[in-house]
Ligand binder design. Structure first.
Ligand code: DAH
Length: 349
């Protein structure tokens, strides 16, 4: 019978060997064999433990405690290794079952709506000219939407922008983003360069060019020496950038808006008929894109800006018109019908 010290040394050597075996093991079957090698009936540890009874009481306790500790260590090491190997098998199975060469063409991922794409295109372009983007409420007061823009309660120009009045004519869904001119000028001192994109609402019968809700963008520039030629050259460059076409012709036609003087309608050559006349351009050869002009002195006075010191220009329009010209689309209702055959043509990927 070995003396206590030698036996304890042998148990340590057995533990060291077990650790080497477990570290080297690369396979769950081999791990099972290692388990029975160290814990089976004929294993060194089992045999040693069955001998403990032959030692005296003090040695029994010491050898017993030490061999239990070693058994625990080996068992834990085997459990850890078992987890690692099972995980490896699982990952291997996943790798085997996933075919990375399979086509993904059938996965239907959504895309950005053409109107949002155009709004992004417009805002990106104006940002590159140093404009900041302004946003404000869609539910407006009569004053911001009309009165401050030089359209008093009974002004006939209001007829073109009928809307749904709430609470005895004081609150309304805004009919145009021009209300953002007023909100900006009350908040910010000149120089001002803003673009305000957003939704507007009107009481319209839906036809190929109208709907009760649509999008607009509003631009406003106020500074000390802005003039009509700034407005013309600026809008011509911006529109050609948006269309990615520097040949497209832009024309400024005299018009009337109560909040600008002089006022213009801005048109582009109808690219569907190349200016010859078709049903999209109502046989005019031109498509109306937006309105604009030099901000009326009374509007500046309404927001406490001195028109003798500051002038500026404003413009506003809808992204649908720009999409019609850029992509030769014949009917604005397509944008709101959610027909995938139409929308998929605008997928960016
Ligand atoms: N608010 C006009 C509309 O909704 C568009 C417009 C015209 C905006 C002239 C302007 C402007 O800023 O100066 O039809």
């Amino acid at each position: 019978m070995l003396d206590r010290k030698k036996l304890i040394n042998q148990i340590s050597t057995e533990r060291d060997q077990a650790i080497i075996d477990i570290d080297d093991c690369k396979d769950l079957e081999v791990l099972k064999k290692i388990h029975s090698k160290y814990f089976g009936k004929d294993s060194y540890l089992s045999k040693t433990i069955s001998q403990i009874k032959n030692y005296d009481k003090k040695d029994k306790i010491e050898i017993g405690q030490f061999s239990n500790k070693v058994k625990g260590e080996i068992q834990n090491k085997i459990k850890e290794k078992e987890l690692i190997l099972k995980n490896r098998v699982f990952l291997h199975e996943i790798e085997r079952d996933i075919d990375v060469t399979l086509s993904t063409n059938n996965i239907n991922i959504g895309s950005i709506h053409p109107i949002s794409q155009m709004m992004d295109n417009i805002t990106d372009n104006f940002k590159s000219f140093g404009f900041s983007i302004a946003s404000g409420p869609e539910i407006e007061t009569d004053w911001f939407c009309f009165q401050a823009l030089n359209m008093d309660i009974h002004h006939p120009a209001r007829d073109m922008q009928d809307t749904f009045y709430i609470e005895e004519n004081h609150i309304l869904p805004r009919t145009h983003t021009s209300s953002m001119q007023i909100r900006t000028m009350l908040k910010q001192k000149p120089p001002i360069r803003i673009l305000a994109p957003g939704k507007v609402y009107r009481n319209e019968n839906a036809d190929s060019r109208h709907s009760f809700m649509f999008y607009q963008y509003e631009g406003l520039v106020i500074d000390k020496s802005t003039n009509v030629s700034d407005l013309k050259s600026f809008l011509t460059i911006a529109l050609r950038n948006i269309f990615e076409n520097d040949k497209i012709e832009i024309r400024f036609r005299h018009s009337y808006f109560p909040y600008t003087e002089p006022s213009f309608e801005v048109d582009a050559t109808c690219i569907l008929c190349q200016g010859k006349g078709c049903n999209v351009c109502s046989n005019k050869g031109w498509i109306e894109l937006l309105g604009g002009g030099m901000v009326h002195p009374q509007v500046l006075r309404n927001v406490n800006i001195d028109p003798e010191i500051y002038q500026g220009f404003a413009f506003g329009g809808g992204p649908e018109r720009l999409l019609i010209v850029k992509n030769m689309i014949q009917d604005t209702r397509y944008f709101f019908e959610n027909d995938l055959r139409f929308l998929n043509q605008f997928k960016q990927i």
